[in-house]
Design a protein around this ligand. Structure first.
Ligand code: 5RP
Length: 228
């Protein structure tokens, strides 16, 4: 009897990265997210680069990878619509609501996703959750507002901490800071996103509910599971 094959998390990411090619429309520009799963998609996209016009990217990191592989990158302002945006998630629930921003690219991710008719989320099965909130919620903030935003989250029962890198506050591609908020329960993602988004100094909250995924390609031990 053959032992069941166990795929590593990295292999599951490769699987969904390749599966996402199915959603790329030949002759068009594709929206590209950020992260280790998206890196697998970018690698797969390079194999069909001659059949697309190029990409709109959600981060400096993805732009560098796309360009290194010979895929033209367009500025978001040059594009009116995209048929598809492909990105990972830190958490996704059964309705397609997500928490994103573990890679600090959440603001540009929302901007590129807003150009797209369809959001395809690619993730390994560890990202599927019954309810959002276990992953620390990333929030991009204007630095001078950080302390008051920390207090607002505390009033909701959340503990917000400034994300640091090499002992210094992490600076996003947009020159701002990231708060990671623990201890929240996000029972109503749409209302929560709307509420936090209107606090002064919040650039973007990492709940993607108004721009939820239309399709999720989930990498599982049994292969790619499509949720829609
Ligand atoms: C970056 C993101 C990523 O999509 C998210 O963090 C998932 O990343 P990974 O594929 O590396 O697990 O939102 O800001």
């Amino acid at each position: 009897m053959t032992a069941p094959t166990t795929l590593s998390q990295d292999e599951l990411k490769t699987l969904v990265g390749q599966a996402a090619l199915h959603y790329v429309v030949p002759g068009e520009i594709v929206g590209v997210g950020t992260g280790s799963t998206v890196n697998k998609f970018i690698d797969a996209l390079a194999t069909i680069k001659d059949s697309i016009r190029g990409a709109v990217s959600s981060s400096e990191a993805s732009t560098a990878r796309l360009q290194a592989l010979g895929i033209p990158v367009f500025d978001a302002n040059e594009v009116e619509r995209l048929s598809v945006y492909i990105d990972g998630a830190d958490e996704i629930d059964g309705a397609g609501y997500m928490v994103k921003g573990g890679g600090a690219a959440l603001t540009r991710e929302k901007i590129v996703a807003a150009l797209a008719e369809r959001f395809v989320c690619i993730a390994d099965e560890s990202k599927l959750v019954p309810a959002l909130g276990a992953f620390p919620l990333p929030v991009e903030v204007i630095p001078m507002a950080a302390a008051q935003i920390v207090r607002r989250f505390a009033a909701m029962g959340g503990q917000a901490t400034l994300r640091c890198k090499d002992g210094q506050p992490l600076v996003t591609d947009n020159g701002q800071h990231i708060l990671d908020v623990r201890g929240l329960s996000i029972a109503e993602p749409l209302a929560f996103e709307s509420q936090v988004n209107q606090w002064p100094g919040v650039v973007t909250v990492g709940v993607f509910a108004h721009q939820k995924a239309h399709v999720c390609l989930l990498g599982t031990a049994q292969g790619v599971r499509t949720l829609q």
